[in-house]
Design a protein around this ligand. Sequence first.
Ligand code: DQA
Length: 145
Amino acid sequence: MADVLVIHGPNLNLLGTREPDVYGSEDLASINARLAALAAAAGRSLDSFQSNSESDLIERVHLARTEQTQAIIINPAGLTHTSVSLRDAIAGVDIPFVEVHLSNVYAREPFRHLSFFSDLAIGVISGFGSAGYDYALQFLLNRNH
Ligand code: DQA
């Protein structure tokens, strides 16, 4: 029953140790704790969810509608570039969302330039490391005032 839900896709559980030159040295627990504190300071609640399973991610998006979640921040990770099904889930629940990537996907391999989410998102933040999640949350907290 959170106001904001943060969804992290496959392999983001490895943050902190996974290619730190690309994704930074902060781990997922630290990012999630900071976002929850930022939301709480604004009087909002925030939940976070990570899975390596496409189907669990889809189920969590569906649950967000049942819970009347107001906004989603999602880093679909590798599924950004492949998943029609996760795209359909987020389109289906009709919850406004911001797409976040730690790395600048446009400065990387061409297959990372395509996103199945960006045209549905309020906006996309890419290349600011873990601070990108803070920027997305700040935007959503201001927007819902
Ligand atoms: C990522 C970029 C994706 O291309 C990659 O597959 C990831 C992480 C990012 O946050 O920069 O797993 O979404």
